[in-house]
Design a protein around this ligand. Structure first.
Ligand SMILES: Cc1cc2nc3c(=O)[nH]c(=O)nc-3n(C[C@H](O)[C@H](O)[C@H](O)COP(=O)(O)OP(=O)(O)OC[C@H]3O[C@@H](n4cnc5c(N)ncnc54)[C@H](O)[C@@H]3O)c2cc1C
Length: 498
């Protein structure tokens, strides 16, 4: 039996492992951490469960190819409840006006028309574009590099609505697009939907998926989903080596012979799949000896290809808040600074739909603040002084508690900071480039990537995972993990088994 060593046990590595076993390969996953799931994880603190990832999972709509794929790898299934929250987010303007991005598109439209009848034309256009884009499904079949010309043409034709939206809005910034609306609150929800410099097309893709129930939240959260995939992998006979960070590859005659781990163990195989961070892969594991022009271009121009990260503050609350939507963006009464950036708005996520995330009678919340290049550099510098790093995290936690208690006075004295994760946290745990939580941001200057993961000059090694396509995220990890095994089956002249 041919053997495959998979480096990294995130969603891509687990998916590759599951399909490796289904297709008759001996498989072992080498994971740096003591647990699997990579960025799709959660951890426990003081009786609370801190969900560390999924805000929205694309692939929750029954009967669609991506939903079937999530079920095949055990992430979703009959016994997994899906939470279809009523609103993608609720934006609160400075004057208190709330704008809801409802799942029900008719409701979204009528609520926006109620706020601003004079924006009728712009609202119609907004909702029609979302509706049109609902036909778009992420392709989960063969990767492009395995398709023949006819298959490529068919794929292009199936994506014509997405192509039209990209053509119209791909190079329009959110701030620019928001100017189509006269009402300040409608402009506000669009301007702040994503950070400055992002393409307006992202709003349409996000809401098209959401309004057709294709983007929802699996019950139990991120860690539970990763653990279901781990169980599926083990049940198929897959092997796992935790606490096994691969730091070196032994290479001979264009072939990787061995993966050598931090704990001294070495693993031989016929094939190697690195389901890890792309920068770590090219720069550290391959020591810069096999540079890839597409990635080089992106690593060398971080201003054009920023990597999104987050400050994620976990909070425990002594009470059950039923008056707060799942995701609320509200203005901060007394703005504060983080790395020189003024924080005048916070995004609060309410997990009251998962009572087991908190002790009885209590509730878990998280607050997220977007972080980019300069933020990462500032955290990286601060991290050199652990005491200063810890103090700064505490200060931010306190500012956030203050801001929430000002907005919701009934919460005063009942909030507790459980944890503050910074870009350094994601880097430390997952080796993620500049603390990235997804791949390169879709900005007005950036070009989307679709990389086959092949390494020029090495015949039995592939890169897999979120960095290979578009903006990354869980669906990309899933799709690229499967594609890695499809390529191995082709090499071995085997029919791929889904
Ligand atoms: C805070 C946060 C929120 C997010 N929210 C969403 C969301 O709402 N929706 C969405 O779709 N996506 C979201 N994402 C992104 C999503 O989690 C990732 O795209 C996805 O998990 C990436 O999977 P991956 O397998 O490609 O990589 P990773 O998760 O990075 O997995 C790589 C694995 O390899 C291990 N590893 C690294 N180097 C080595 C080595 N040298 N040797 C051995 N093991 C190694 C790491 O420990 C890790 O387990 C979020 C991410 C974060 C952090």
């Amino acid at each position: 039996m041919k053997k495959v060593v998979i480096i990294g046990g995130g969603i891509a590595g687990l998916t590759a492992g599951i399909f490796a076993r289904k297709n008759g390969f001996d498989s072992v996953i080498l994971e740096k951490h003591h647990t699997l799931g990579g960025e799709c994880t959660g951890w426990d603190r003081e009786g609370y469960h801190i969900d560390g990832c999924i805000h929205w999972l694309v692939g929750t709509k029954e009967g669609t190819p991506i939903n079937e794929l999530w079920k095949t790898v055990g992430a979703l299934g009959e016994d997994v409840k899906i939470h279809h929250h009523e609103s993608f987010l609720t934006y609160e303007h400075e004057d208190g006006q709330q704008v809801h991005l409802y799942r029900d598109l008719d409701r979204l439209k009528s609520s926006w028309l109620e706020i601003s009848p004079e924006d009728e034309e712009a609202i119609e256009e907004f909702c029609n574009t979302i509706e049109k884009l609902q036909s778009f499904e992420i392709p989960v079949g063969k990767p492009m590099d395995m398709m023949n010309p006819i298959e490529k043409v068919k794929l292009m034709l199936s994506m014509k609505d997405a192509g039209a939206v990209l053509q119209k809005y791909g190079k329009v910034g959110l701030t620019e697009y928001a100017k189509n609306f006269k009402h300040p609150a409608l402009r506000g929800v669009l301007e702040t939907f994503l950070p400055d410099g992002y393409s307006a097309s992202m709003v349409f893709f996000a809401l098209a998926g959401f309004t057709k129930n294709q983007a929802s939240v699996p019950g139990g959260g991120s860690r539970a989903m990763a653990m279901r995939m781990k169980e599926r992998y083990l049940s198929l006979g897959g092997k796992i080596e935790p606490n096994c960070e691969v730091l070196d590859l032994e290479i001979e005659d264009k072939q990787v012979k061995k993966a050598i781990c931090s704990n001294g163990k070495a693993f031989t195989a016929d094939y190697f799949i690195a389901a890890i961070d792309a920068n770590f892969f090219y720069e550290k594991l391959l020591e810069g000896n096999y540079p890839d022009p597409q990635f080089q271009k992106r690593f060398e121009k971080p201003e054009d290809y920023p990597v999104p990260s987050e400050l994620r503050v976990a909070l425990g609350y002594e009470g059950i808040p039923n008056n707060i939507p799942r995701t609320l963006r509200f203005p901060v009464a007394a703005p504060f600074e983080v790395n020189g950036q003024t924080i005048d708005r916070l995004q609060l996520t309410n997990y009251n739909y998962e009572p087991q995330f908190a002790p009885e009678g209590k509730n878990f919340f998280s607050v997220t603040i977007n972080q980019f290049n300069d933020d990462y550099d500032a955290w990286n510098e601060l991290y050199k002084n652990k005491e200063a790093y810890r103090t700064e995290k505490e200060r931010i936690g306190e500012e956030i508690v203050k801001a929430i208690a000002t907005r919701f006075p009934e919460m005063e004295g009942k909030l507790k900071v459980l944890d503050v994760a910074t870009p350094k946290t994601f880097e430390r745990y997952c080796n993620s480039y500049r603390g990235g939580i997804i791949a390169f941001a879709p900005t007005l200057k950036s070009k989307s990537l679709d990389h086959p993961g092949k390494v020029k000059g090495l015949e039995n090694l592939q890169l897999s995972g979120q960095w290979l396509q578009g903006t990354g995220g869980l669906p990309t990890a899933l799709i690229t993990g499967k594609a890695s095994i499809m390529r191995l089956c082709k090499k071995e002249k085997r029919e791929f088994v889904q």
